[in-house]
Design a protein around this ligand. Structure first.
Ligand code: TMP
Length: 206
């Protein structure tokens, strides 16, 4: 059996994660790959409850440290109950956001100490890391315009441009530092142009 792959999808708000996730799924299906689809924060009943707390209005004023630790609490549950068991069974895992989002949002956006994130990452993940990460990248103004057309903004979507510029810069710096794993997709164009880039990356990867 070939090694099952762990693929993650990342990007700021409004870059088209949802439609491109569908596209990646259809590529995996066409290639008869047995996979599960999941997301963060979330992916387990406990994680989805934490997601509601993290994105909703009830705990709007939570401290940045609380936010960081809840992200990792949801991830610990997700890794133990869903991701590792799937990979052990030989299933590929396609995950909408993972630890790169913590570096980008809590590290870049909230400006928390990266060493704390690294410590939590090593604790919670052990040696588990994504095999491939697709970073959908577009200028913040483009994403905002697209996201603005959707429903009420969540706790993160209410942040200012300065926050999102730091998120984007952190993602791009991580991609530069780990270019083998993390591939930048220019998501500023139309869906077809974005999908063509994704197809090439996934084809090369498979
Ligand atoms: P989304 O997956 O629907 O885009 O929403 C999840 C939100 O949570 C998004 O604004 C990014 C944020 N987030 C973090 O701040 N840190 C994390 O570690 C993860 C996984 C998500």
């Amino acid at each position: 059996m070939t090694k099952p792959m762990f693929i993650t999808l990342e990007g700021c708000e409004g870059v088209g994660k949802t439609s491109n996730m569908e596209f990646i799924k259809s590529m995996l299906q066409e290639n008869n790959i047995n996979f599960i689809e999941t997301r963060e924060p979330g992916g387990t009943p406990l994680g989805e409850s934490l997601r509601a707390m993290l994105l909703g209005e009830d705990f709007k004023g939570m401290s940045d440290d609380t936010e960081l630790m809840l992200m990792f609490a949801a991830r610990a549950e997700h890794v133990a109950q869903v991701i590792k068991p799937a990979l052990e069974k030989g299933q590929w895992v396609l995950c909408d956001r993972f630890t790169d989002a913590t570096y980008a949002y809590q590290g870049g956006g909230r400006q928390l100490d990266i060493k704390r994130i690294e410590g939590l990452e090593n604790w919670v993940l052990g040696d588990l890391r994504p095999d491939l990460t697709l970073l959908l990248d577009a200028p913040i103004s483009v994403g905002r315009e697209r996201a603005g057309k959707r429903s009420t903004p969540d706790r993160f979507e209410q942040e200012m441009d300065g926050f999102f510029n730091r998120v984007r810069d952190t993602y791009l710096n991580r991609a530069k530092a780990d270019a083998n794993r993390m591939k930048v997709v220019d998501a500023s164009g139309d869906l077809l142009a974005v999908q063509n880039q994704i197809r090439e990356i996934i084809k090369g990867f498979m």
